[in-house]
Design a protein around this ligand. Structure first.
Ligand code: NDP
Ligand code: OXD
Length: 307
């Protein structure tokens, strides 16, 4: 068995190769070079098309991330299956990130911080937690973990997904027809959808207009979910009071991007949930070992659905 590792731009590849070999119990992992002999499995993030083209017999491509939109833009042979990371330590990070963003909004922390910085000591009436409904666009592996974390703080939680869900205490909406009803009840909108042709641009003017006035939008999925000009217009009109953005159409964000310096936009550089080396190695190696034994594994990407 041969495993080819291809993650252009990743520094310190050695521990990945060594970790995979140790977890697989064999010296079988190499850093991909164009003239390498073909491998059975690929462990990749953003591989070039030449990697795919050089591996006509490869069985499975393991993504080192949860999102596979970039991978599915490559020309993949139909027999090549794609498997993506399922949580692998990202769920708790995502839950933590979203809870802090919801908390900053709900508790009006930016205003209090600004007041204290200006030497002002001033209380306002606490807002109603029961009316701070958090709507999760996407309630898969990460969205479900986020829903559980939000419930600890007693926010009402709604979910919207392609297929109906049963998560204790979370009201499920599913399918395009239910999106307006879901949005009308939402005060904080969190995007945790995969980027597909159906979800591209879903954070747009029509979506924002249906949210409760003064709503907050959190995008932790992909930058292309958001129509940037529509966000700016909704913030300017007051329909949205703020946005927390971890992902951008162009990453790194261009110098002087119009979002920079906007006091209503809080930004981080795509760090909401990082790929963790040991958890990732453990999960990928367990799946490879199971496949070698002829057993079933989870995490298969349905190319037709785009995730
Ligand atoms: P999953 O595939 O587990 O969940 C995706 C969810 O989106 C599912 O609930 C799915 O519905 C729903 N969905 C997909 N298409 C549609 C549609 N057309 N209409 C309605 N619902 C839809 O993904 P993960 O939870 O693991 O990850 C989600 C995304 O988070 C990733 O694709 C990635 O882009 C992003 N991400 C961002 C990170 C960051 O650091 N910012 C880190 C990791 C991931 P159903 O359940 O019915 O299939
Ligand atoms: C992912 C990401 O998809 O880090 O895993 O964005």
């Amino acid at each position: 068995m041969r495993v080819s590792f291809c993650c252009p731009g990743l520094e310190d590849v050695g521990p990945w190769l060594q970790g995979l070999d140790e977890a697989l119990g064999a010296s079988c992992t190499t850093l991909w070079q164009p003239d390498d002999p073909p491998a059975d499995y690929g462990v990749v993030w953003a591989p070039p098309q030449s990697f795919i083209d050089a591996q006509p017999q490869m069985k499975v491509l393991f993504s080192m991330g949860a999102g596979v939109d970039a991978m599915l833009r490559l020309n993949l042979p139909t027999h090549l299956q794609v498997n993506r990371l399922e949580d692998a330590g990202m769920g708790v990070q995502m839950a933590e990130y979203v809870c802090q963003a919801v908390t900053r909004y709900f508790r009006d922390l930016p205003t209090y911080e600004a007041q204290m910085a200006a030497g002002q000591w001033h209380y306002r009436a606490p807002p109603s937690r029961r009316s701070c409904t958090v709507g999760l666009l996407g309630v898969g592996v990460l969205g479900t973990r986020v829903a559980r974390a939000l419930q600890i703080f007693e926010y009402p939680v709604l979910s919207w997904s392609r297929t109906p869900k049963t998560i204790d205490g979370v009201r499920s909406f599913s399918g395009d027809a239910s999106l307006p009803d879901f949005l009308r009840e939402t005060q904080v909108l969190v995007c945790l959808l995969p980027l597909t042709p159906q979800t591209r641009g879903i954070l747009n003017a029509q979506t924002f207009a249906l949210l409760r006035p003064g709503a907050h939008v959190i995008n932790v999925a992909r930058g292309a979910h958001l129509v940037e000009q529509d966000l700016l217009a909704a913030l300017a009109s007051g329909q949205l009071s703020g946005a927390t953005l971890d992902v951008f159409a162009q990453e790194p964000l261009a110098a002087g991007h119009v979002f920079v310096g906007n006091p209503k936009i809080t930004m981080t550089p795509h760090v909401a949930a990082r790929t963790l080396r040991s958890e990732t190695i453990r999960q990928v190696a367990e799946k490879i070992r199971a496949l070698q034994r002829g057993e079933a594994v989870s995490g298969w990407v349905q190319k037709g659905h785009g995730y």
